[in-house]
Structures are given as C-alpha cells and as structure tokens.
Design a protein around this ligand. Structure first.
Ligand SMILES: C[S@@+](CC[C@H](N)C(=O)[O-])C[C@H]1O[C@@H](n2cnc3c(N)ncnc32)[C@H](O)[C@@H]1O
Length: 320
C-alpha cells in the first residue's frame, strides 16, 4: 500500500510535532496507546533502531490489523508488538519487563476508518446499526444505552459530552420515540434529533453531530478511560521519558492540562506556607504551556486536524 492508501484509512494529525516532542531514542521503549491505522506508530518505528521497541495498542481489532500491515513494511532493526487492550487495562496489559517507558503517545478519539464504516454506527451521515463500540467484543452498544437511560441522565450526557444546547428537547424526543419502538439504526436517531431542534438549527448543518459525539463518548467510557491513563502514566515513565497527548474535545484537553499541571506542581501545601511540608516534589516539566494546534497547511490537507490539541510532558526522575 502507498502512504496515500494508508492516509485514506486515517491521516495522522500533528505528525511532525508528535515525533519532535517524543525525541525518540533509537534503543528506547515506546508505547502508542492509540495505534489506529498505524500512522504515528510507523513514524516512531522508523526512528527506532537496534534494541528499540514499539508497542502499538488499540481496543479496536480492525485498527490493529491495519497497523500490523503498515508496521510490517517499515525497514528497521527495532521490534514491534501489537496489543488488543484499552487504557483501563494499562499497564497490566504490558509484560512486566516492558513497564518502564521512554515515551508514550495517545491520539484520542475515533479514527476516520471507524467513522467511514457504516456498520460500526459512528456516523450520523450513514445508515448503520447504532453500535459505536470501539471494541466490538464487549460493552453496551449505543442502541442498548439509549433503550435503558433515563431522560434526566440523557439530558446530562448530551450537555456534558455533546455541549448540546437542545439537550432537553432531544432527550424528550428520544424517550417518546423509544416508547413506540427501540431506536436501533443511526438514521432513526438522526431523524429524531432533526425533528427535536428548531428549523433554523437544521439549516446550519446536521443537528445530530453533538448527539452522536456524546453517545460515542459514553458508550466507550472515554472520559473514564482517559482518567485511568493519566493516573497511571507517572508510575511507568523512565527518567526523561516523554508523554504526548492529543485531544479533540475541550473536556479531554482540560483533563490533560490539569494532569500535566499536577505532575509539574504536585505540592498540596497551602500557598501561604513558608516551606513545603507535603513532600510532593515536581515529577517533570511541561514541554508545551499552551497546546500545539495544526498549521494552516495541515488544515488544508486534513480538515479533521482542526480540533486537535497536543500537549507534551517530560518526566524528571520517573515515579516518585
Ligand atoms: C484518532 S485514532 C488514532 C489514529 C492513529 N494515531 C493513526 O495514526 O492512525 C484513535 C484510536 O484510538 C483507539 N482508542 C480510543 N480510545 C481508546 C482506549 N481507551 N483504549 C484503547 N484504544 C483506544 C480507537 O479505537 C482508535 O483506533
């Protein structure tokens, strides 16, 4: 396959910036927590040499198959391993001897491939089963979630994950509709949402975008998964280990920003204490005080990079 074919599967965002920030050591151990189509993974593997190793992880089996194809074509003396797992199984999904990392990348959210495949049910533009699970082996589908959730919980979910202004009327319309028959197709949900919002909103674009985003985040427990990952990262990084995180949602970016601030300034003493008594010393330094965004050139090539925000951190002495 050519790189254009790979990019049709998923174009990696902020690729140059990620590789610069990771500062890959040829004999280092790196984990890509979100292998996807293997774009970032392949670029990391190309930088690795003798003694180096890349672990590419994803909870989507189709992503691991695509990554395997791509990584097997990289000419390198380094090795790679694929792991089917979620952030919440990290780091126990790694071999004991692989739990001291030189670098970790997580490029959050969904891949273009997941959105493009009708049968995965992620897209409000295509008809398919209302599934939305990144790992199709387990968990509740979006249809099952919609069948069970209370109206109040649905309103809260649409507000929090979808930042949906019409959360109340959309939730009410969904509850009314499911009393007649279950909502099982993406197009059924799109139509319910379209009828629940004012016509002026329909004229601005597809009004189901935020509802689909909110359901996807809930089905895949994306916020909880990220919280787990952020909690585990400091335990597993080597001295000078680098972490790069890319988010596409303000809630996720806030979580990443707060975690990196905490790692840099973990002291819990009241600000008026003359000396620190909690004993919590800095774990490292932020490499980005503000998130890095895609350049105009990248935006032209890949409009999906518009909402990407990248933050990077370097650990000093590993776990303390
Ligand atoms: C934006 S894509 C990554 C694209 C990849 N960087 C590339 O270059 O092709 C996000 C990927 O992360 C995976 N993913 C998202 N959340 C995950 C989680 N909690 N655990 C494991 N994989 C996850 C998704 O299945 C998806 O394949």
């Amino acid at each position: 396959m050519t790189s254009a074919d790979y990019n049709a599967w998923h174009t990696p965002v902020l690729l140059r910036e990620v590789i610069e920030a990771l500062r890959v050591k040829a004999d280092g151990l790196y984990v890509d927590m979100t292998a996807g189509g293997g774009g970032h993974s392949a670029a990391i593997l190309e930088k690795l040499g003798c003694g180096g190793k890349l672990i590419a992880l994803d909870r989507d089996r189709e992503a691991l198959e695509a990554s395997d194809k791509r990584l097997s074509q990289v000419e390198t003396e380094a090795s790679y391993q694929l792991i089917h797992a979620s952030f919440s199984e990290f780091p126990s999904c790694l071999e004991e001897e692989d739990r001291r990392l030189d670098g970790l990348l997580a490029d959050l959210g969904v891949s273009s491939h997941q959105l493009d495949r009708d049968e995965r049910g992620f897209s409000y533009l295509k008809d398919g089963p209302l599934d939305m699970r990144m790992n199709q082996d387990k968990g509740m589908t979006a249809a099952e979630l919609l069948a069970d959730i209370s109206e109040e919980e649905l309103i809260a979910l649409l507000r929090l994950y979808g930042e949906e202004r019409y959360a109340t009327s959309i939730a009410r319309a969904i509850v009314r509709r499911r009393e007649l028959s279950p909502i099982t197709r993406t197009t059924e949900l799109t139509s319910v949402v379209a009828h629940a919002v004012p016509s002026k909103v329909r004229r601005l674009g597809n009004p189901a975008r935020q509802t689909f985003q909110a359901l996807r985040m809930a089905v895949n427990r994306e916020q909880q998964e990220l919280a787990h990952l952020l909690h585990e990262i400091p335990e597993i990084m080597k001295p000078r280990g680098r972490v790069v995180l890319i988010s596409f949602h303000s809630l996720e970016d806030r979580m990443v920003k707060q975690a990196m601030r905490r790692w840099q300034s973990p002291c819990e003493c009241p600000p008026d204490f003359p000396v620190c008594t909690c004993g919590k010393t800095p774990l490292g330094n932020q490499l980005t005080t503000k998130p890095l965004l895609a350049t105009e050139d990248e935006l032209d090539d890949n409009p999906r990079s518009r909402s990407a925000k990248m933050r990077a951190f370097e650990f000093l002495g590993g776990a303390q």
